[in-house]
Design a protein around this ligand. Sequence first.
Ligand code: TXE
Length: 483
Amino acid sequence: MSDSTLDVQATGLDEAALLARIQAPEGEGREIPDAATREIIGRAPVDGVAALDDAIARAKAAQPAWEALGHDERSALLLKAADAIDANAEGLARLLSREQGKPLGGPNARFELGACGAWLRTAATTPLEPEVIVDDGQVHAELHYRAVGVVGAIGPWNWPLMIAIWQIAPSLRMGNTVVVKPSEFTPLSVLALLSVMNDVLPPDVLIGISGDREVGARLASHPDIDKVMFTGSTATGRRIIEASAGNLARLTLELGGNDAGIVLPGTDPQAIAQDLFWGAFINTGQTCAALKRLYVHDSIYDEVVDALAGVAEQMPMGNGLDEGNVLGPLQNRQQFDIVSRLVDDARAHGGRVVTGGAPASELGELFYPITLVADVADGMAIVDEEQFGPALPIIRYSDVEDAIASANRLDVGLGASVWGDQDAARAVAARIQAGTVWINSHGGVHPMIPFGGVKGSGYGLEFGVEGLKSVAVPQVVSGPGRR
Ligand code: TXE
């Protein structure tokens, strides 16, 4: 690392300087549009399988020395990488905002960069000591956690930087090297993030490969990949499980879901409306653990719908670079079409569109307004399928047993939430099949609180001590007892 690199980091690279570092040469690569304006931002390299194989070979060669540095040195380097991200946060946030669509302000692009620093620092500093399992005088057995080897990190387009860090930070901390394959929808911001981190990390411990789906498939099945961290769709998750039959790679799979929220009788609609809104619509609804179907008790149903509509009307949507906007476009055409189809289908089947309900074309090609659909029921596509966008079905119930059964009837279980009296809500939470059940909030994550799904939402835990263990292999060291 040169002194000039340090100077640049202190002042921070702007969006253009970040792009210049990572984009494909003129005439090469794939053009990446601004999600809001559809103007071309830059050209992402499109690496093929040969480049991937080379990257994995380099990561494999670099791994033993990285592991041998030991926890303290690796942690110090990861803390420096977090500082480098902070120093470049504004440029990264602007690039992210354009490529992904999320606004700079609100719980969006700047917030995502803040989360990158927080998760990286927590992974760098959380202790993971060997556990003494038996120490009875006869036997002294300890459980240690060793590096796995080379981790393949495959990410989605919705929170591309934060999720990349969720995969990278614990992996590097535990002494693994990492090959990252960003989503083909959001490669530029991820490559820029890696570039900034690589200003302070040794060569080849963190390598980005910007390729298409076949590169993802090759990464998952490569014989020298020891662990795959994946966040994406259930369909791709199944393919990765199949691939692991070949290389026996360990897997952490976060496969999204269709999170239910249950509002109990006696709850004050106004008091929860703002938190319900952000639980459902953070990142314009494009969030794995967002509230995706809301079950409200009959006694307060109309008031909750009205209160949510009231909050929705106050939330500005538009180009993410315009300060003040807190909602943006759908990231891509495919997701826009899913949301449009589900809302149209709900309306055709008797759903009542309370607000929104048709594309906000005046804002741009991929904008869809916040849409609340009332008087819908289980079995309708908008309830049963993951919308992953700004449309929320609100279902009426009269018996809480029915609401619990509804929450559990789908084959996914990432998150869920219960709203109302704490004790009553905790009793309901215990009966819900989901990796996390939030009480009076939805979707909040914390770098020390384990996060993962059940059923079709995948397996394996991220974050905190459990997250460190998940990117390590346990090793038992057992010997004669020590007196
Ligand atoms: O995900 P994919 P996509 C949901 C959301 C969305 C749907 C599809 O409902 O509509 O998934 O989104 C790489 N082996 N979520 O198409 O296809 C691919 O290149 C290994 C939920 O983005 O799963 C990309 O980098 N990798 C989700 C990554 O997998 C492969 C967030 C994800 O792609 C591969 C995003 C293969 N065979 C969308 N094929 C969440 N959990 O939050 C593709 N890839």
